[in-house]
Design a protein around this ligand. Structure first.
Ligand SMILES: O=C(O)CCC(=O)C(=O)O
Ligand SMILES: [Fe+2]
Length: 169
């Protein structure tokens, strides 16, 4: 991930500065054309599973996150609730959300320790191969997070999408 390594993290244009108490990871935004390619590539898988078509949210560019040693992401859900709206009002970060979150792994599982994407209810941990996609509804029922990295670094592409088609999942 040399291209990710050599970029200096910069404040998000749409999210303000990342809340480091929740996730102390570095990130870069993905150019719209690349995001379109990723979404269209994932589209058939998402349609096959959820019966809906993901679409990009132009105001929320996809982000590549780099989690280094000691960094994880606390358990959370991706739904926009009053908590997020209130936090946005007080910390200046725009509300970030969508119907479906796509996570794509950009490096191999042997290049880092820990770093599983975990879900609660039911409890499940994932540490998939490079190039894998995990898509899940951005609802409060889908509590998830990233276990702290113990060695190396973990790089994921996270795309927030709205869905059309047979209805929201
Ligand atoms: O990096 C990941 O695997 C998940 C990130 C996540 O949950 C999020 O950005 O909302
Ligand atoms: Fe999330």
């Amino acid at each position: 991930m040399d291209h990710a390594k050599t970029r200096t993290a910069r404040p998000r244009t749409y999210q303000g500065v990342i809340d480091e108490s929740l996730r102390k990871s570095e990130y870069i935004e993905v150019p719209p054309a690349l995001e379109e390619m990723v979404i269209s590539h994932c589209g058939a898988h998402v349609r096959g599973h959820f019966g809906v078509t993901p679409a990009r949210k132009p105001a929320q560019p996809a982000v590549i996150y780099r989690y280094g040693p000691g960094v994880g992401f606390v358990a959370h859900h991706d739904e926009v609730t009053d908590v997020e709206r209130e936090r946005a009002r007080t910390n200046g970060q725009p509300v970030v959300g969508g119907d479906l979150t796509l996570v794509i792994w950009l490096n191999t599982p042997d290049s880092y320790g820990g770093g599983e994407l975990f879900f609660k209810n039911p409890t499940q941990d994932f540490k998939p191969s490079c190039g894998s996609l995990i898509a899940f509804p951005a609802t409060r029922n889908h509590i998830h997070g990233v276990r702290p990295i113990t060695r190396g670094e973990r790089v994921t592409l996270v795309v927030r999408t709205d869905v059309g088609g047979a209805g929201a999942p």
